[in-house]
Write a protein that binds this ligand. Structure first.
Ligand code: ATP
Length: 643
């Protein structure tokens, strides 16, 4: 079966060992992956491609696999480096028109009809008569051209980008143009989430090693080796989220030694552990029955992961792995004050909170959000920031993820020193009863916090799990107790023109959640409440340049009809009175019922510029919120099991 899969994704005649990977093999695989909705099949197609790449790489060549994987996840470097594609529609329309000789108007009207620039590019190319066969595209060439495009800045960068794209498109054959254009847009839209690619990398490595060593395994053994491999790579990548390190180590040392070779490294941000919302203190006690837990203040600031490398460099990373060292030069400067002599390299998980210069009282998040995001100069800083550390993930050369929270917290307290107004440990209490938790919660709110975080303290359940949202961390916000419930983070994908006083701006917006499995945006509500005139003006400024002719192919629209569509980029935090089933919107369709779920009386809270569109709330969470509400109201349907 594996061999027939390999034949399916291979190009005619294959390619020689040591030769660059033909881009045509990727395009062929992408097309097959796009054609199926089955996750296992997607994984197995990608596995076959990656296995071919491994088997046809010259000894010592790690680049071929690395670049192929980057193109499969449509990235050019690790997330935290921030070189991104995601070019605007008008620039791509121009490039398609130039490379195929079609007029701008005809490309645009084609786009209006098809809604997918990739398809437009492919069809325009394929209906073009060419006199000669272009030299086939290769993976390293496509990768380097994409990188040039992403990195070109300055006045003449538009023209430069159009010229590189035009040349790339001129060399495209078959379906290549479709995927190149989608790559340039920023999303392949074939439903190959990063998790799928990771599993495929592990499977390909296991299978390639097996074939190389001529091993014969019974079915069960093979299945368990594949499963182990997938678990290993997922764990390793969550600690060290950079293919630049993981892929070469995988090829050199094999999957069995990957954990030993790739560990959390200061300077490379890991995805933070997340918390589940809880509605009541009783629920906390139910979850943690017979377990030791701790309650900490839930500070209202911005998450900050502070790294100090072995050679003394300091980084501040955001929740989204963005380097914020330029936004917080004061944090970088203050840091040495709280470090003891014994403390060399480390990674701290913390919340950066605005405080009043004189009284040292905590200030709400809004104060922090007034700070510029880039190139902040120490002397210009008005809003002071104090760091509240709640976890230690790495210390003096050793990762601590797999130590209990009791141990991690102890090490944190041993190796760092509180400094008034600069660095504090998150205030914690070992409250156990409902009354104790209630009074600690009230205290936290009085001190200017959002509520509490309740965390498992001992055993494996308290290990730090990067990027996971488990029941081992619960958030208990004051809003939940007031019956308001958790907020949602949603993407603005459409606008409605304003009426009356608001005719020069959008008066309302169409919002969507994001399904990471199917990689699609699902519409959830129209929102027109919670905006001041000033805010509407600012949203107009930000969203107007993101207007597109047609909704993108990865938007599941349902019956929504906004006046204009936007590139899905901007995330807002939104509160809602409640959730209801809807014949119009598509969020969480099929999870609770065939109908989607919509928000009633949604209200805008704030822009979440620390989240990207892919971090928006997912349909599973929305279905869960709907179910809780139905349960609280004494009834409702249970969610359908997902296959
Ligand atoms: P998400 O759960 O998706 O991160 P969010 O970013 O909106 O959602 P919240 O739901 O408000 O965040 O809760 C989690 C956040 O609370 C953390 O990401 C962190 O920034 C903040 N936080 C404040 N105090 C603590 C603490 N003591 N322990 C952990 N997180 C804390």
């Amino acid at each position: 079966k594996t061999n027939s899969r390999k034949d399916e994704v291979d190009v005619e005649g294959g390619w020689e060992v040591g030769a660059p990977v033909p881009y045509a093999a990727l395009a062929k695989t992408f097309s097959l992956v796009e054609a199926t909705t089955k996750r296992l099949e997607k994984t197995s197609l990608l596995t076959a491609l990656l296995q071919l790449v491994i088997q046809r790489s010259a000894p010592g060549d790690t680049e071929s696999l690395l670049l192929t994987v980057y193109l499969c996840v449509n990235r050019l470097c690790p997330n935290y480096v921030g070189i991104e594609l995601g070019l605007g529609e008008s620039l791509l329309v121009k490039a398609i028109s130039e490379s195929t000789g079609r007029s701008l108007t005809s490309v645009k009207s084609d786009l209006k009809a098809k809604g997918d620039l990739g398809l437009v590019a492919m069809n325009s190319k394929n209906s073009q008569k060419t006199l000669f066969r272009p030299k086939p595209l290769t993976v390293p060439f496509v990768f380097s051209e994409l990188k040039k495009i992403a990195m070109s800045t300055g006045n003449s960068s538009q023209a430069k980008k159009v010229s590189i794209i035009t040349k790339l498109l001129a060399a495209c054959q078959g379906e290549e143009a479709k995927y190149i254009v989608r790559s340039l847009e920023g999303k392949l839209r074939i439903g190959n989430a990063e998790r799928t690619v990771l599993v495929a990398v592990a499977h390909a490595a296991v299978l390639a090693a097996k074939e190389k060593e001529g091993k014969r395994w019974v079915k069960e053994k093979l299945a368990s080796r594949l499963q182990e491999g997938a678990n290993t790579i997922k764990q390793v990548y969550s600690e060290l989220p950079t293919y630049d390190k993981v892929i070469p180590a995988l090829l050199e040392f094999g999957i069995d030694r990957l954990k030993e070779k790739c560990k959390l490294t200061p300077g490379i941000p890991l995805k933070p552990m997340l918390a589940r919302p809880t509605k009541a203190i009783g629920e906390v006690l139910d979850r943690f029955e017979n377990e030791r837990f701790t309650c900490e203040y839930k500070y209202d600031g911005e998450r900050a992961q502070i790294h100090r490398t072995e050679d003394g460099r300091v980084f501040v990373f955001s929740r989204n792995s963005e380097d914020m060292s330029k936004k917080y030069p004061d944090l970088v400067e203050q840091l040495p004050h709280c470090i003891k002599d014994t403390t060399k390299s480390f990674v701290i998980d913390a919340e950066a909170v605005a405080i009043d210069k004189d009284t040292k009282k905590l200030m709400p998040f809004q104060e922090l959000s007034r700070r510029k995001r880039k190139d902040v100069k120490l002397e210009d800083i008005q809003v002071r920031v104090c760091l509240f550390a709640f976890d230690l993930l790495y210390l003096n050369g050793e990762p601590l993820l797999q130590k209990s929270l009791v141990e991690r917290r102890e090490l944190l307290r041993q190796h760092f020193e509180p400094v008034d107004g600069e660095f504090q440990f998150a205030k914690a209490s070992d409250a156990e009863t409902t009354e104790e938790i209630q009074s600690f919660l009230e205290e936290s709110v009085k001190d200017g916090c959002e509520g509490l975080m309740v965390k498992m303290l001992e055993s494996e359940a308290s290990y730090y799990q990067p990027s996971r949202r488990t029941v081992h961390w619960l958030k208990l916000k004051k809003d939940y107790l007031a019956g308001i419930g958790d907020s949602l983070d949603l993407v603005a994908i459409g606008g409605y023109y304003g009426k009356g006083k608001r005719t020069n701006v959008y008066g309302a917006f169409l919002l969507a959640c994001y399904d990471a499995d199917s990689e699609e945006y699902q519409t959830i509500c129209k929102i027109g409440t919670g905006f001041s005139e000033e805010m509407l003006q600012s949203h107009w400024g930000i969203l107007k340049p993101l207007e597109i002719q047609k909704p993108r192919g990865d938007v599941k629209i349902g019956g929504a009809k906004p006046d204009v569509w936007f590139e899905p980029k901007i995330v807002w935090e939104v509160l809602t009175a409640d959730l209801s089933l809807s014949p119009i919107y598509t969020a969480a369709q099929g999870l609770v019922e065939e109908r989607g779920i919509s928000l009633r009386f949604p209200r805008f809270i704030r822009v979440r510029d620390d989240k990207s569109a892919d971090d928006a709330t997912g349909p599973e969470q929305i279905a869960e919120m709907y179910e809780r509400q139905a349960l609280a109201q004494g009834g409702g349907k249970k969610r359908k099991e997902k296959d």
